[in-house]
Design a protein around this ligand. Structure first.
Ligand code: PLP
Length: 354
């Protein structure tokens, strides 16, 4: 069997949820488990997060699967519905929906009276992606209130810079001016959960921190008392020695200047490892950190074994996770941990660490 595996540490997930809950002790928590729980498996993550007050997803199918698996918590669709006929599913499965656009407001005319649909009206306060314009929020709230099929009405917004020096103050001010402070509110992603207690409101929406990855560019999970939940590991499947002048991999991108020992590892971009990771991306071989060499290919990548004399075929390699923080791998590859985690490919065998 191909030796690559992703091991998911369930206790790390539960620990990270407890950290989020401790940071936002006065708030309820929507554990964000969109994108297959950032690559960790939506039902697996839900088991670890069973103590959360709610779940938030993008995918209607995931929400339905959670209900069918017996979860009774509030389940929020972060982008809401896309066509009127989905409304019946929302009502049947008692799902909560974001309403972010005039088009969605219009589609609600298809919602029968007494549906008791739980709605979170999303206001655009500066992200300029989803959300009604602040000036349109009061009118939208009135429309929702008059609608006999709508139940509870809450308000939400999403921050563009909670992880950056610019922060959230301007967006919170715009939000307060648009919707007041009387309705249940939800604003905070992971960065705001960790950094801006004043934003916590009634329901926080942490995602990335739950998986043990820092939302901030200048820190890693362990700095924040978070524990990495996913370890992507494989093995060395071949070792060879390069003489000066010899190259390795497609495009011959890495050329040895001195005698170089190279290991071939069974992990490539078809496993979710980023193809754009350059030479020098950190890799853990045994218990030693080393670097990738040359171009990542579909099924393999190469690493520098020159200084690791005891490694051989079969030696364990951690691509990210325990001993090799995903934040460092992401930074070397010019991306963020989010992208690496949720790109984990279906062909990688997933193991659970209970
Ligand atoms: C993904 C998402 C979150 C979680 O963001 P993190 O940075 O992963 O904590 C929160 N709110 C909304 C609307 C999202 O789409």
């Amino acid at each position: 069997m191909r030796p690559i595996t992703a091991t998911i540490d369930l206790r790390a997930l539960t620990h990270n949820l407890a950290v989020a809950q401790r940071c936002a002790s006065g708030s309820k928590v929507f554990a964000v488990i969109k994108a297959n729980a950032y690559g960790h498996g939506v039902l697996r993550a839900a088991r670890a997060f069973a103590g959360a007050h709610g779940f938030a997803v993008i995918e209607l199918e995931a929400a339905v699967r959670l209900r069918e698996a017996g979860y009774r918590q509030r389940i929020l669709l972060l982008e809401g519905f896309f066509e009127p006929r989905e409304l019946a599913v929302l009502v049947d499965y008692k799902l909560s929906t974001t309403v972010h656009s005039p088009e969605q407001l219009d589609m609600l005319s298809a919602l029968p009276a007494h549906s008791a649909l739980d709605v979170l009206l999303k206001v655009n306060t500066g992200m300029n992606r989803l959300g009604l314009q602040p000036a349109d929020a009061p009118g939208a709230l009135e429309r929702l209130e008059r609608h006999p099929g709508v139940g509870q009405i809450s308000v939400m917004t999403h921050f563009a810079n909670a992880d950056a020096p610019i922060g959230i103050a301007d967006q919170v001010e715009i939000f307060d001016a648009a919707v007041g402070k009387d309705r249940p509110r939800s604003l905070a992603n992971s960065a705001a959960v960790l950094r801006f207690p004043e934003s916590h409101g009634d329901w926080v929406r942490p995602g990335i921190m739950l998986y043990g990855c820092s939302p901030f560019p200048e820190s890693i999970a362990s700095d924040l008392d978070l524990r990495a939940a996913m370890t992507l590991a494989s093995e060395i499947i071949a070792v060879r020695d390069l003489a000066p002048g010899e190259a390795v991999g497609y495009g011959s991108l890495f050329v040895a200047h001195e005698p170089t020992r190279v290991a071939v590892v069974a992990c490539g971009y078809a496993d979710g490892y980023p193809r754009h990771a350059p030479t020098g991306t950190p890799v853990l071989v045994g218990d030693r950190l080393t670097r990738t060499l040359g171009r990542v290919s579909m099924d393999m990548l190469c690493v520098d074994l020159t200084a690791i004399t005891d490694a051989r075929v079969g030696t364990r390699v951690v691509l990210w996770g325990e001993g090799n923080p995903v934040e460092h791998v992401a930074e070397a590859a010019g991306t963020v941990g989010y992208e690496l985690l949720c790109a984990l490919a279906p062909r990688v065998r997933v193991l659970e660490k209970p």
